[in-house]
Each structure stands twice: as C-alpha cells, then as structure tokens.
Unconditional design. Structure first.
Length: 632
C-alpha cells in the first residue's frame, strides 16, 4: 500500500515498525487475549487514516499455512473432490498436508469446519494445584471460596494480573484496576465489556454509573439482580433487543450467528427494519413520541452495530471469568507455587519476555526475590523457596542459554575447584560457547571466584594463550602481559617466547589481576540487556540517585528511572528544551533535584502548518525539571 501511494520511506518504516510490535504481541499473546489486541492501539493516531486506507489490501492471499486448530469434516473424498497440498512452516520447516480451503471459503460454501482448541490456562491451573498438593476445587467450590475473599479480588484492584486470564494486557490491567470487580458476576460483565463490541458504552460501565434507557418494558428484559443496569453486554441481550423490535426468534438466532462471525454485510442492512420495529414498540409500550422513540432506538442500534466487532455470549464470558478467578485465587493464596509453575511453563515455551514480566511482578507485588544465577546452584529449573522468600531461576529463561548448558555447569559444580583457571579450562572443553560464557560472566555467575572485571580480563588472557606453545614478544607487549611471568615460564628467542608453560603462566596471571567491582551503572546495563529487568540494589546509594533504564525522546522526553537504593521504578517526563540543555542517555546515572506537577496534555492532531495541537487536561503529572548527571 505504501508503494502504491508513493509514501515517504520514513513514514512507511515508522508505521511498519509499529505494526511489527502489534504482530509480536499478537504472536505471544495467550489465545484468549488475542481478540483484545487491536492494531490501532499500536499505530499512532496521526497514521490511522493511512492504516484504514491499507485495509482494502487485506484478504489478498500472499502465503499459505496450516490452520492451527481447524479440521474439514466431509463425507466424500477430500483428496479428489477438494484437493490436498503441503504447507511448510517457515519457523520449524515442518511440512503438513492440508486441504485447499480456508475459513472464509468454508463459511461461504457451507463446508463443515470444526475447531479443536487447546486452552493453556486450564492446564496451567491444574499444574498449580498439583504443585500445591491439593485437589482442584470444583467451580461451585471456588465460587463459594472467593465470594467475599478480598485477597482474590485484590489481584484485579492492585493490577497484579500477569498470568491471570483475560486481564494480562497492560491496557486491560488498567481498566480492571479502575473497575475493581468484586464478584463473579461483575468479573463476567467486565470480560464481556472490554470487547470491542461494547466500546460505545464502556466508559459508563467502568465508572459504575447507573444506566438504563428509561423504558421499563425494555429495561426489565436485560436487567438482573446482580447487574441492575441496562447494558447490552451479551449476545443473549442482543437477541432480546431484536425480539423487542419484532424479529422472530429463529431469525434473531441467525443474526446472532452473523454477529459472531463478524459479518457486517449481513447486519448493517437490517438497521431500518430494526429502528422501525423498536421505535414502534416503544411508542406502543411507553407512550412516548415517535421522535424520542427513534432516538432511543438509535442508541440500542449503535450497540448492536458495534457488537459486529466482537461480543460474547453469557456462558462464554462466564467461562472466561471462572478461568480468570481460578488464576486470581491461586496467585493470591499460593504465590510461590503460582509463579514457579508459570515461570517454568513460559520458559519451556521460549517466551522470555513473559518470564521477565513474571519476575518483575513477583518482586514488586509479593516481595518474592529472584534467586541467583550462580555456579554451584541448580539453575536447570525454577524452584520456590518459601522460607527465604525466593524463587531460584532457570537458565533457559535467558536469551541464548539452554538446558543442556545448565546441566553441564551443574555437573561441573560437583567437582572441587581450587582456582578459576581450572574451572575455565573445563568449561572451554564443553559445548558452552563464547557468547554464552560472556553472558554468564556479565551476570556475575562466577562471583564466588572473583568480580566480573577480573573474570573478563582473565578470559581474554586464556583465549590468547590457551593451547599455545609460543607467542611473539610484540604480541605479548601489546596484550599487556607481565613479561617477567612469561619469561619465567618460557624460553626466549630474539622475537618469540617459546615452550610456554601455559598452566603456570595462567595461574600467575590470575593472581596478578586486581579484583575490581563493576560499577553499578554497567551492572544495571548488563541486567537490562540480558534479563530484561534489573535485580541489583545498593542501599548505601542515596534515594535520589537513579539509572535511566529506558529513554524515549521522540516527543517530550520520557525517562524510566531505576532507583538503586530500593529497586523502585519511576517513569517521568521532562521538557524538550531543558533536556537538550542537559542531555542524559540510556544507562546514565542521574540525581533528581526538582520535580514539578503539571497538567497533562492530549494530542489532538496537527494544524494546516503541521504544528501539533494539544488539549490541556485537568489530570496532573510530575515533570523532571532539574537533574545532575553522575559521572564515573
């Protein structure tokens, strides 16, 4: 589309990068959360018109792949009547035999397609119960336990939602924190309300404002004791609205199926018929004017039209809510077992981003520390230690590291090493590669032997000399090797040291290298780049000192600052002008001097000269106005 519009490369690349982030989040989202991920939330508002224009290109078949869960049911010979082809996965290279039909063709020509879905959350819940060592509660038992349980419902109110079904996405977490569901009926309604099909009424729902259509004959059709408001949340309530407008029940069921299939071309032509029928019923039942009746009918139709985007039936929403409640209950009452199972499961899937989120939340939300990655400890799996408020980590959760390496190092740790040289020599004889070893060193994995800088320097010497029989004098000087040590354990010629006694040279080098600590800024850089979060803290560093672990300067600069003193994180804006006068970069350490509260601003678009237009809001936020960059 960008090419067809002669779009500037920088604009096309910017939008593409935003779409790629959407696609990445969609790829790693749990199946139940995928319908909550909307590309328009990822692409900046100023580009929405371009995105809409590109939608006419959607549906062009540019590739083929096996449906993840769809099966064609057919009484004839599929191979002869329809055709079979092979689809090859780009990631796994695995070939699968498939039919030459996709979901759209199956729907259009009335082929019977059956979906077999695997719901991961059910397996995870079962694993957590087994890890705890208790029999899983039945649904009725669970609902009875959590009825007045503040710990369970506190998970939603506090935003501790990683691993809780349906509310993991950041924007949904924020909505749950504002709505604060307190029982299963409210949670069910919330899960239905966050679907795109309810967007026109969501704000009223979230703020818990009483709502009805002031039409008793219709309101009583959709209100319940648990939800005494006239929200058309569920498909069943849509059917009630269609029935009120005079649609026969069998036809309204067909319309409901069309809604569930998101077939707008079937729904939209029914508008006039709905408005006529609904407004006529209102005039008859409520004795109101035709004008007012039409206005009320338009409000209902808007909700039905929105539901084409996606709405739930009540049993579907309740099932999701029960899955969510199981997770919230187990997390709030058995956090160690919950996190251990979740960390292991997502690590096994290779979803390192999700693992990092779990680790960050368990520290901030429950005070559960992550154990060390350290030679001598078992880092082959996650293991909870309640007594020490710790979960020991699995090495596989770090990018480029794997289980085989973890088991290799655990096996080596059973030996007794008097010095690091002997250990390094054994490690180099395994399949642990240089990148993996470098990651372990940067994370302080060998800290019982020495600090990171000493290990790094010694490893350079080992790579230079290991297995060598000779070294040129010029190379020895340029590598800053202590010549007295080299001369002591070699024979010297005019230009070369030969017959090197590498073992004694390296043992001597190990003793000669000063054991200096890595500065805290560089240690935090290592943790952010390798783990995706920060573990290190230094209580003796003042509380107003922090390391900038993330920085966005695209608009008004926004810095994410990690407070070294207590491990807290602050996201704060600063003025562009002041930032340019005293620039800091990612991983710089700064001292906060002053912050000022200011009203937030909302971007409203651009004027004819391309200048941004902003609306000043009543809500305030802190702005960083003065700081000092700490040098090392």
């Amino acid at each position: 589309y960008a090419k067809s519009q002669s779009m500037p490369f920088d604009v096309a690349n910017e939008i593409t990068a935003q779409i790629e982030k959407y696609e990445r989040d969609l790829k790693y989202a749990d199946d139940d959360d995928r319908d909550l991920i909307n590309v328009y939330d990822y692409v900046e508002e100023k580009h929405h018109a371009i995105l809409e224009g590109s939608e006419k290109y959607m549906g062009i078949i540019a590739s083929k792949s096996a449906h993840p869960c769809g099966y064609l049911l057919y009484q004839g010979n599929i191979k002869e009547d329809i055709g079979l082809i092979k689809c090859k996965s780009e990631s796994t290279k695995k070939e699968v035999v498939t039919t030459v039909i996709d979901g759209g063709v199956a729907d259009k020509y009335k082929f019977l397609k059956n979906d077999l879905l695997k719901v991961d959350v059910v397996l995870l819940i079962d694993k957590i119960y087994k890890r705890i060592g208790i029999t899983p509660h039945t649904v009725n038992e669970l609902l009875d336990i959590i009825k007045e349980d503040k710990k369970t419902w506190g998970m939603y109110a506090k935003g501790l939602t990683i691993g809780i079904n349906q509310v993991e996405k950041s924007s949904t977490t924020q909505k749950a924190m504002r709505y604060k569901p307190k029982n299963i009926s409210e949670l069910t309604a919330f899960i239905a309300a966050i679907r795109p099909g309810f967007k026109s009424m969501y704000h009223t729902f979230e703020t818990r404002k009483p709502f009805d259509y002031d039409t008793p004959s219709f309101d009583k059709l959709i209100q319940t004791e648990e939800m005494p408001f006239s929200f058309v949340l569920y498909q069943e309530q849509t059917m009630a609205a269609l029935g009120y407008a005079g649609f026969p029940m069998d036809e309204s069921y067909g319309i409901l199926k069309a809604i569930s299939k998101k077939k707008a071309e079937i729904i939209m032509p029914l508008k006039e018929r709905f408005l006529d029928g609904f407004s006529s019923k209102l005039v008859l039942e409520e004795s109101i004017s035709e004008e007012l009746a039409l206005e009320k009918s338009e409000n209902i139709w808007t909700i039905i039209a929105d539901s084409v985007n996606y709405s739930f039936n009540a049993s579907h929403a309740l099932s999701y809510a029960i899955d969510s409640a199981y997770c919230a209950y187990l997390k709030s009452h058995y956090p160690y077992e919950f996190y251990e199972v979740m960390l292991q499961s997502y690590s096994d899937k290779g979803n390192k981003d999700k693992v990092a989120l779990f680790k960050k939340e368990m520290v901030e939300g429950f005070g559960i520390k992550e154990g060390e990655y350290k030679f001598g400890l078992d880092n082959t799996k996650f293991l909870a230690d309640k007594e020490n408020k710790t979960i020991y980590p699995e090495m596989l959760s770090i990018k480029f590291l794997n289980k085989e390496m973890a088991h290799t190092l655990l096996k080596l740790s059973k030996k007794k090493y008097n010095n690091f040289y002997l250990l390094l020599r054994d490690i180099k004889a395994t399949k642990v590669n240089s990148r993996q070893f470098d990651i372990l060193v940067k994370l302080g994995y060998f800290r019982d032997f020495a600090e990171i800088k000493k290990i790094q320097t010694f490893n350079e010497y080992f790579d230079l000399l290991g297995g060598s029989k000779q070294i040129s004098k010029e190379k020895a000087v340029s590598a800053n090797l202590p010549l007295e040590l080299i001369e002591k354990y070699s024979r010297s010629t005019d230009k070369t040291y030969v017959e090197l006694d590498v073992d004694n040279i390296l043992l001597g080098l190990w003793e000669s290298i000063p054991d200096e600590s890595l500065n805290i800024r560089d240690q935090i850089r290592n943790e952010v780049e390798l783990l995706g979060y920060v573990k290190s803290m230094k209580e003796n560093i003042p509380s107003d000192y922090g390391v900038v672990i993330d920085l966005n300067t695209k608009y008004s600069p926004i810095a994410t600052i990690y407070r070294i003193n207590d491990g807290s994180i602050e996201v704060i804006k600063t003025d562009t002008r002041k930032y340019k006068a005293n620039k800091f970069e990612q991983f710089d350490m700064i001292k906060t001097i002053t912050k000022e509260p200011r009203n937030k601003k909302k971007f409203m678009g651009k004027d004819e000269k391309g200048k941004g237009i902003y609306e000043t809001l009543s809500e305030q936020e802190d702005i960083l106005t003065q700081w000092t960059i700490i040098t090392f």
